[in-house]
Design a protein around this ligand. Structure first.
Ligand code: G6P
Length: 479
């Protein structure tokens, strides 16, 4: 067994929650990135001498552990070959499409998997070094599915949790993976395996029974060594108050006005905000909007679509192709249907700070979230949190995890263009009373099930699954 470190809670994720910045004196520094996961975990990490292990992006190799906002951060270096084979390759060209309903064809390359094993082993070794005796280690997402079993091998004293942020596919698709058994066994190193939805947890348990041959009962897997692993759903969320408060600041209100002005003060603003990813259904959504204008149901003087597409995984071929396809479509729609100073679609290939996002959400009358498959989709929840006056309509794909909670949205099947067109039109024509009835209910849901509740419930369940080992994670002091 490796000798223990000093952290009672260790988060292991592919990415560190920080961005590289330039200090005023020109030297390089770090700033914590404003993700929901960080704001949820920061207080728990603080209360438990916590450490976060992850890759800061890039190929720098001489990185030392450092502190940011009271968290100890341990950067993991990645070589150019590892970025290509582990990150862009196995994680994002094999697992990502396979786990998202095979909406793009997954690529299977043996050398990519070898590198995935190597990188997972290095993350597991680092976690084994920093975790205190009996500590809790929480491993995140599809890039690190082998870490739980590798870590258990090194440190059997630990309490290990794993959370998958993306969908877990049905057996019929997962089966394609040449390394399906290794991945299942990797995950079984955890005491608790968390998913967004209960259907995903059921897919996992069924696969473990069929492919690994372990006994299972409901959400439990019984291993030959006497350990029990639980698989359950913990739908992730956002920091509701943070968005709700931000949306009501004067700065954001003024910026929202400015945005509406800048797009020509139409009666309705439609908004899409996504990482530029083929799972997000951006193409079909823009086509549907374009057709509504072409058919004469909407007028460019009256309705405008703002699409923010955040650059993502730009070295991966499918993402480059997607970008070209979307940009060609935007050009065609604007060329065919726009007027001087009145494009039908305002397309922004950029990422913005949280304040600007809140202003965009506040400026939007209709938020359009149409993924072909999505683990949760936090943008939908962020929009709901920013609708402080209970107005605003959400058009949401049935295939986003969020659709299980946000039942009052205009739910659509993104493969059904006509269905999507009528939902967009319905949301456009809805009266304030109906919009507010729906939005009130959704705001209540997201307020009650925020990201702090998500983290607390996962950690409490993890302690319950493995009660006799190690110490418990101290609850965070939350304001
Ligand atoms: C999804 C994944 C995360 C990932 C994020 C951004 O939300 O679940 O694990 O970090 O996308 O993708 P990137 O490849 O830039 O880390």
């Amino acid at each position: 067994m490796a000798s223990p470190g000093s952290s009672d809670l260790v988060i292991v994720a592919n990415r560190l929650p920080v961005d590289r910045i330039e200090n005023p004196d020109g030297s390089p520094g770090w700033r914590t990135s404003p993700g929901g996961l960080v704001s949820a975990l920061e207080p728990v990490l603080r209360a438990n001498d916590g450490t976060w292990i992850g890759w800061p992006g890039g190929t720098e190799s001489d990185l030392e552990p450092f502190e940011a906002d009271g968290m100890d951060l341990v950067p993991m270096a990645m070589s150019a070959r590892e970025i290509e084979e582990f990150y862009e390759g196995f994680s994002n060209a094999t697992l990502w499409p396979l786990y998202h309903d095979v909406v793009e064809k997954p690529l299977f390359h043996r050398e990519w998997f070898d590198t995935y094993v190597e990188v997972n082993q290095r993350f597991a070794e680092r976690a084994a070094e920093v975790a205190a005796e009996g500590a809790t280690v929480w491993v995140h997402d599809y890039q690190l599915q082998l870490v739980p079993s590798m870590l258990r091998e090194l440190r059997p004293d630990l309490r290990i949790g794993f959370y998958l942020h993306i969908p877990f596919p049905p057996a019929e698709l997962f089966q394609q993976l040449p390394w399906r058994r290794q991945l299942l066994e990797g995950l079984l190193g955890a005491d608790l395996v968390g998913f967004q939805l209960s259907g995903a947890a059921q897919n996992f348990v069924r696969l473990v029974r069929q492919r690994v041959g372990h006994k299972t009962h409901r959400d439990l897997v019984y291993l030959p060594d006497g350990r029990t692993v639980r698989a359950a759903a913990f739908p992730i969320s956002i920091d509701f108050n943070l968005y709700a408060d931000l949306a009501q600041t004067e700065g954001v209100a003024a910026r929202a006005e400015e945005i509406r002005e800048a797009v020509g003060n139409p009666s309705k603003v439609f908004l899409g905000v996504d990482r530029l990813d083929y799972t997000k259904g951006i193409y079909a959504r823009l086509r549907a909007f374009g057709e509504l204008i072409a058919d004469g149901h909407l007028d460019v003087e009256d309705a405008v679509f703002v699409q923010v597409a955040t650059p993502s995984r730009e070295q991966v071929e499918q993402y480059r192709i997607l970008r070209d396809d979307i940009e060609r479509l935007v050009g065609r729609i604007n060329g065919d249907l726009g007027k001087i100073g009145r494009p039908a679609i305002h397309y922004l290939h950029a990422s913005y700070p949280r304040e600007e996002m809140a202003a965009l959400f506040r400026a939007a009358d209709i938020m359009v979230v149409t993924p072909l498959r999505d683990g949760m989709n936090l943008v939908a929840k962020e929009y709901v949190a920013c609708c402080h006056d209970d107005l605003g309509a959400l058009v949401l794909s049935e295939f986003a995890g969020a659709a299980e909670e946000l039942r009052q949205a205009w739910l659509i099947n993104p493969y059904d263009i006509n269905g999507m067109k009528s939902a967009l039109l319905d949301a456009y024509r809805t009266d304030e009373r109906e919009a507010s009835r729906r939005m009130k209910a959704m705001r209540k849901t997201v307020r009650q099930h925020d990201v702090a509740a998500w983290a607390d419930s996962f950690l409490a369940e993890l302690a319950a699954v493995r009660p006799s080992h190690g110490k418990s994670v101290r609850p965070a002091k939350r304001s």
